[in-house]
Design a protein around this ligand. Structure first.
Ligand SMILES: [Ca+2]
Ligand SMILES: [Ca+2]
Ligand SMILES: [Ca+2]
Ligand SMILES: [Ca+2]
Length: 462
C-alpha cells in the first residue's frame, strides 16, 4: 500500500490530462506541486485518493442524491451557428485554461478563468471539422498556444499580437486527424505534436509524431513527421513516462480494426492486432508496442468486453492516479453492449494486466469516455462516464431519455452504483477533472451543442 500511495502522489502532481500537455518532461522532479501544473486542487479532497477499493472510506462521505442531476456551469456556451458549434472535447493547457475543438464550427478556442468563476473564451483558429485541441507554449515565448486537428489536418495558433496560425503537413493521405497530444518526445525541452489520424472510412490510420523545430522556428519551419505506428481509428493519446526511465511513452486506444490491406502491408496477420488499449514504449531503437487490452485473438465471442463486434469499439482512455490503472470503455451498435473496462497493471512494468468489465448503467447510451472522480470526497475514487446517444438530431424517441453523463459510486469494497450527473445531451465527449467536478463538452444537443460545461455535484463548485 505504501508503494501504491507513493506512486499516486507522484502521478497526482500532474493529472494525466494536464500532464500530457507537456509539463511532465519539463518538471521531471515535480512531486506534489500541483499548482505548478495550474490545475486547481480541491483542498477538501484527500491527497492520495485510491482507485483500488479498500475496506472503508478514508474520509467523510459527502452524501449525494444519486437520482438528481448535477447543476451545470457554462464555461463556453455552444451556438447553433458560427464557430462555437459542436464543441468536441476538452483538454487542459498547463495554466489550467481549457482548449476545445469545434467540429461543426470548424474552429478552436481557449477558455481562461480570468477571476474566480469568470471564464473568457478566445477563438484561436479555424480549420475544418476540428475534433481535438491541445494547449501549451509551443514556441517558448511565454504565451500558451493552441494546437488543433481535424479534417484538413492539424494547425497551431501561436497566440500573441497578432495571433499567427500555421498548418502542419498532412499525415498519410488523411482527411481526419482526430486526436492530438503535446509532449516533449525528443527531450529538447519543447513541445512536440503527436497525432492520431485516420481516413474518413477508417481504412488507413496512424499515430505520428511531429518534431517541434524549436522557438520562433516553430512558426516558420516544417515540422518533421515520423510515423509511430499504424492505426485503425485512434481515440486516445496520453503521453506518460510509463516505465519511469525519463522519456515519454504513449498510452493509446484504437477504436477500429486495421484495414486488411494496410495490416498485410505492415506485416500483420490480424486486422485486430493494434485494436483497443495499448502503450508504446519509447526506446533507442524506436517505439515498442505493448498491449493493455487483451491482444488479438484473446477476445472470444461471449466475452462482454467484445460487445457485439469482435471486439466492440474501444473509446477514450484515461490513466488512474495510482499510475497502474487504465480506464476505457467499449461502444457498439447496441447501447446495452457498452462496457466500462478497468485495466490494472499487475506491477509497475505495465506488461501484464488484469481486466475488470463493468456493465453500464441502464439506458445511458454508448460509452464515450470513463475516468476517475471523487465527487463524494470519501477518498475512494468513483468513475465518471460520458456517453453519446446519436450523431444526428433530433434524437429518436428511444434515445431521447437516456443519460448523457453519469457516475458510478465506488463503495470501497469493489461494488459500483450508478448515479445521475446529466440527463441531457446527444454527445458528450472526453472530460477533465477539477476537484470534485468534471469539465466536458456537449457537442450536439441543442443544435450546435451546449458547449463546454462544468458538472459539479450539489454543494461543490468549479
Ligand atoms: Ca507561445
Ligand atoms: Ca521536443
Ligand atoms: Ca519512458
Ligand atoms: Ca468516492
Amino acid at each position: 500500500m505504501i508503494r501504491i500511495l507513493a506512486l499516486a502522489a507522484l502521478v497526482a502532481c500532474n493529472p494525466p490530462r494536464a500532464e500530457v500537455r507537456g509539463l511532465m518532461a519539463e518538471t521531471p522532479g515535480c512531486v506534489l506541486v500541483c499548482s505548478e501544473a495550474g490545475v486547481p486542487v480541491d483542498a477538501n479532497l484527500p491527497d492520495s485518493p485510491e482507485s483500488s477499493p479498500d475496506a472503508a472510506p478514508d474520509a467523510a462521505l459527502v452524501a449525494i442524491d444519486m437520482a438528481i442531476p448535477w447543476p451545470r456551469t457554462v464555461i463556453t456556451a455552444g451556438s447553433a451557428t458560427g464557430p462555437l458549434q459542436g464543441a468536441d472535447g476538452v483538454a487542459y493547457a498547463p495554466s489550467g485554461a481549457i482548449v476545445t475543438g469545434y467540429e461543426q464550427g470548424n474552429a478552436s478556442a481557449m477558455a481562461r478563468e480570468i477571476i474566480a468563476g469568470v471564464w473568457v473564451t478566445e477563438m484561436t483558429g479555424v480549420g475544418s471539422a476540428i475534433e481535438a485541441a491541445g494547449g501549451g507554449d509551443i514556441d517558448g515565448d511565454g504565451t500558451e498556444d493552441v494546437a488543433y486537428c481535424g479534417a484538413d489536418r492539424c494547425h497551431i495558433t501561436f497566440r500573441g499580437s497578432p495571433n499567427v496560425t500555421v498548418t502542419i503537413a498532412a499525415t498519410i493521405g488523411h482527411g481526419n486527424a482526430i486526436q492530438l497530444a503535446l509532449a516533449d518526445l525528443d527531450g529538447d525541452r519543447d513541445l512536440d505534436l503527436i497525432v492520431g489520424a485516420r481516413t474518413l472510412s477508417a481504412t488507413t490510420g496512424e499515430f505520428a509524431a511531429y518534431a517541434n523545430p524549436g522557438g520562433a522556428a516553430a512558426r516558420t519551419s516544417a515540422w518533421a513527421r515520423a510515423v509511430i505506428d499504424i492505426a485503425g481509428w485512434p481515440m486516445s493519446i496520453i503521453p506518460l513516462d510509463v516505465d519511469h526511465d525519463g522519456d515519454i511513452d504513449l498510452v493509446t486506444t484504437d477504436r477500429a480494426k486495421l484495414n486488411a490491406t494496410a495490416a498485410t502491408a505492415a506485416g500483420y496477420t490480424s486486422v485486430w492486432v493494434r485494436y483497443g488499449a495499448s502503450w508504446r514504449e519509447r526506446t533507442v531503437a524506436g517505439w515498442v508496442y505493448h498491449p493493455i487490452s487483451p491482444p488479438a485473438g484473446a477476445c472470444p465471442v461471449g466475452n462482454p468486453m467484445c460487445a457485439t463486434k469482435t471486439p466492440g469499439d474501444q473509446m477514450m482512455a484515461t490513466v488512474g492516479a495510482d499510475g497502474l490503472t487504465v480506464y476505457s470503455c467499449t461502444s457498439s451498435g447496441a447501447t446495452t453492449d457498452s462496457r466500462i473496462v478497468i485495466h490494472r497493471a499487475t506491477d509497475a512494468s505495465w506488461l501484464t494486466w488484469t481486466t475488470t468489465v463493468l456493465p453500464p448503467a441502464p439506458n445511458v447510451g454508448h460509452c464515450q469516455s470513463v475516468g476517475e472522480l471523487d465527487p463524494d470526497g470519501d477518498g475512494d475514487l468513483d468513475l465518471l462516464i460520458t456517453t453519446w446517444k446519436a450523431n444526428e438530431l433530433p434524437l429518436s424517441p428511444a434515445d431521447a431519455p437516456k443519460w448523457g453523463v453519469y457516475w458510478m459510486r465506488n463503495d470501497g469494497g469493489g461494488a459500483y452504483t450508478p448515479g445521475v450527473v446529466d440527463v441531457e445531451g446527444a454527445k458528450w465527449d472526453d472530460f477533465v477533472t477539477r476537484g470534485r467536478c468534471a469539465i466536458s463538452s456537449e457537442q450536439l444537443n441543442p443544435a450546435g451543442g451546449a458547449g463546454v460545461i462544468g458538472l459539479c455535484p450539489p454543494g461543490a463548485s468549479l
